[in-house]
Design a protein around this ligand. Structure first.
Ligand SMILES: NC(=O)c1ccc[n+]([C@@H]2O[C@H](COP(=O)([O-])OP(=O)(O)OC[C@H]3O[C@@H](n4cnc5c(N)ncnc54)[C@H](OP(=O)(O)O)[C@@H]3O)[C@@H](O)[C@H]2O)c1
Length: 169
């Protein structure tokens, strides 16, 4: 089972404002859906706060096993499985026969899984000072970047973005 991370961050490494995404980027949303959903045999791992930030109509994320990290033993979300520690989250995805397991945030969950993933799919949003939630410290010198796609500003994408895949050296 492949374990990968997917994140959108601005040029300062900001990923969130309050408990929301700071930008409206339709092309990035569709890529997120396409990559994480793929052929319907994947899992997503997220933090309890990110789960709560999803609109009701997107919760649980369809066609994916939704695994939510919470330290509250009796936490329950309809359509989600609760994991109390990172190894448990991976175990759930593995036991469900998932082909890919995507770590989808937020900041606390990225920090916990940074050492465990083989790929980080980064959308760089070409703006700065977007909010108050930051991606954790990340030593990019240990990783190599493949730039995959650049998207400009239009009525559905409020900032230009660059999508890259980072792989461990
Ligand atoms: N730009 C992006 O790509 C992206 C992606 C996702 C999220 N976001 C943004 O990120 C922000 C949310 O991030 P966040 O860091 O505040 O919250 P988060 O990582 O989504 O969730 C934090 C919660 O995870 C649980 N948790 C943390 N460490 C744990 C551990 N070791 N074991 C078990 N559970 C653990 C705790 O839940 P309990 O309190 O229930 O114990 C904690 O409150 C929002 O602004 C959101 O919009 C951005």
């Amino acid at each position: 089972m492949k374990i990968a991370m997917i994140v959108a961050m601005d040029e300062d490494g900001c990923i969130g404002r309050g408990n929301e995404l700071p930008w409206r980027l339709a092309s990035d949303m569709s890529r997120f859906k396409r990559l994480t959903e793929a052929d319907g045999f994947n899992a997503v791992i997220m933090g309890r706060r990110t789960w709560e930030s999803l609109p009701d109509s997107f919760r649980p994320l369809p066609e994916r096993v939704n695994i939510v990290m919470s330290r509250t033993t009796d936490w329950a979300g309809e359509g989600a499985e609760n994991a109390l520690y990172p190894g448990r989250a991976i175990e759930i995805a593995y036991a469900d026969g998932c082909e890919e397991c995507w770590v989808i945030g937020g900041a606390q969950i990225y920090a916990m899984f940074l050492d465990r993933v083989e790929e980080i799919h980064v959308t760089t949003v070409h703006t700065s000072g977007s909010g108050d939630v930051l991606f954790p410290e990340w030593d990019r010198s240990a990783w190599s970047e493949e730039v995959v796609e650049r998207v400009g500003v239009d009525e559905r994408n409020e900032f230009a973005t660059t999508y890259s895949i980072w792989r461990r050296n």
